[in-house]
Write a protein that binds this ligand. Structure first.
Ligand code: BES
Ligand code: MN
Ligand code: ZN
Length: 491
């Protein structure tokens, strides 16, 4: 559930509140709209800045105790000298909310004086990302040790009326992020293909969307031998989930968002090493991103036709599992030699991407935690983006930028295609160690027949370490990218 956001005129910032957050850039003097707050603290704010105790560096924080009147606490957060203002603000807001959550203040105020509507939206998203926690599976601490969860944030703005609308949009997107991060954080025995389908059902019911779910039998009828080869090792029912939100012009070609939904990836017969294998519960972050984005898009009431498509299963070794060397046939008729059963995401996506063609889409964007190679290339700093139409790749990368989820293009050049040629089949599912993110993209390209972009989010959808503003675990990527892409098309 998202934070309750209040919006008030900036003059009220000096009023009593358990915590007032003040976000400032590098080396600033006291802004006039903070005079009242400064007075309420007996001039502490001005002295702190004058002495250089707080210089506003990126991620710098300073916690001050308030005076006898006014805010009980002040938290200064720096944005440094960043040129990407929206991203810096969102980061600072996350950090502030994370600290407020730890303090147990329950509600907070944020001095936001002259923020634009876009900045307010980003700040609301940042606040929600920062205080997010997944504690469903933990026994709550005894009553006396419990801290109040952060439930409410009030933004103090010069133009409060305009801010309200922007805050509501931010909340809608934050709800989408929440859907995605919750699903991603759930362990593999909780977040099953069945649970992803149930979540899609709940989104469909709440927003009156159309839902179609295919199981093993229906996929057999569709000839989805590639997807089904991955599901061959698991007794769980694989699911192809299609969630349609059609608020655009009747009959207008839809945008299709596709997500890899591997609820757990052991590697299959080409099994992964035990060390850090537990992180492979996050192999459904693409799918979580699709569900989160559809939740947000429905809440934003965007006037577009959007289809969310998810390929959900689990990659397990077993007596019935697919083996290296096996050849399977995808629904578009292409035969695939499976060299490595751990390159399963592309096998699932092959059939889901072909399924997308029945919608005659205007554009398709898929997101997948597809390759370790993409993590080697770009780390957690950027999503790998590639596609078959230069303008569309640019459009998606721009959307990712607006969402503060940076993406960087990798080339799908023909020279790399040599690497996925097979001796026995039309194509093989791995292309060796070099250019691994690209050969995976080229594999996917064999199954598309429309303008398409592939986002490899293996390095950006979750983090194995604490990232200062975001705790260890799911980041919510690519929810924002999907939402911005669709919103960009709805204008
Ligand atoms: N889900 C993994 C990719 C992955 C690795 C995501 C690390 C996040 C972090 C994918 O299914 C996989 O196992 N890919 C293999 C492909 C290889 C066998 C060609 C990989 O990257 O090692
Ligand atoms: Mn794998
Ligand atoms: Zn995988």
């Amino acid at each position: 559930m998202s934070l309750k956001i209040g919006v008030r005129a900036v003059g009220f910032a000096a009023a009593d509140s358990p915590l007032l957050v003040i976000i400032l850039p590098a080396s600033i003097t006291l802004p006039p709209s903070l005079r009242d707050v400064d007075l309420a603290t007996g001039g502490a704010l001005e002295r702190t800045l004058a002495r250089g105790d707080f210089r506003g560096a990126r991620d710098e924080t300073l916690h001050l105790t308030g005076g006898t009147t006014g805010p009980a606490r002040l938290l200064l957060v720096g944005t440094g000298t960043s040129t990407d203002r929206a991203r810096a603000l969102r980061r600072a807001a996350s950090l502030a909310a994370r600290q407020a959550q730890k303090m147990g203040v329950g509600r907070m105020g944020v001095w936001a004086a002259a923020l634009s509507a876009a900045d307010v939206e980003g700040m609301v998203i940042g606040l929600n990302l920062g205080c997010w926690e997944y504690s469903d599976l933990k026994t709550p601490p005894p009553e006396e040790e419990r801290r109040a969860p952060l439930e409410e944030a009030t933004l103090f703005l010069r133009d409060a009326r305009r801010g309200r609308n922007a805050a509501a949009q931010g909340t809608a997107i934050a709800e989408g992020y929440d859907v995605a991060r919750r699903l991603a954080m759930m362990p593999g025995n909780v977040c099953t293909p069945e649970l992803l389908a149930e979540t899609a059902r709940s989104i469909a019911d709440r927003h009156k969307l159309e839902l179609t779910v295919l199981g093993r039998t229906e996929m057999e009828q569709e000839g989805m031998g590639s997807f089904l080869s991955v599901a061959a090792g698991t007794p769980q029912e694989p699911k192809l989930i299609a969630l349609a939100c059609r608020r655009g012009k009747r009959g207008a070609a839809p945008l299709v968002l596709v997500g890899k939904g591997l609820c757990f990836d052991t590697g299959g017969i080409s099994i992964k090493p035990a060390e850090r294998m537990e992180f492979m519960k996050f192999d459904m972050c693409g799918a979580a991103g699709v569900l989160g984005a559809i939740e947000a898009i429905a809440r934003l009431k965007l006037k577009v036709n959007v289809i969310g498509l998810i390929g959900a299963t689990t990659n397990m070794p077993s007596g019935t599992a697919v083996k290296p060397g096996d050849v399977v046939k995808a629904s578009n008729g292409k035969s695939i030699e499976i060299i490595n059963t751990d390159a399963e995401g592309r096998l699932v996506l092959a059939d889901v991407l072909h399924y997308a063609s029945r919608y005659s889409p205007a554009a398709v964007v898929d997101a997948a935690t597809l390759t370790g190679a993409c993590v080697v290339a770009l780390g957690s700093g950027a999503t790998g983006a590639m596609g078959n139409q230069e303008a569309l790749v640019r459009e998606v990368i721009d959307a990712a930028g607006r969402a503060s989820e940076p993406a960087w293009q990798l080339p799908l050049w023909d020279v790399y295609r040599e690497q996925i040629k097979s001796d026995v089949a039309d194509i093989r599912n791995t292309g060796g160690r070099s250019a691994g993110a690209i050969t995976a993209g080229l594999f996917l390209q064999e199954f598309v027949s429309y303008p398409w972009v592939h986002l490899d989010v293996a390095g950006t959808a979750y983090s194995e370490t604490d990232l200062v503003v975001v705790p260890k675990g799911p980041t919510g990527v690519p929810v924002g990218t999907f939402v911005e892409f669709v919103r960009g098309r709805s204008r």
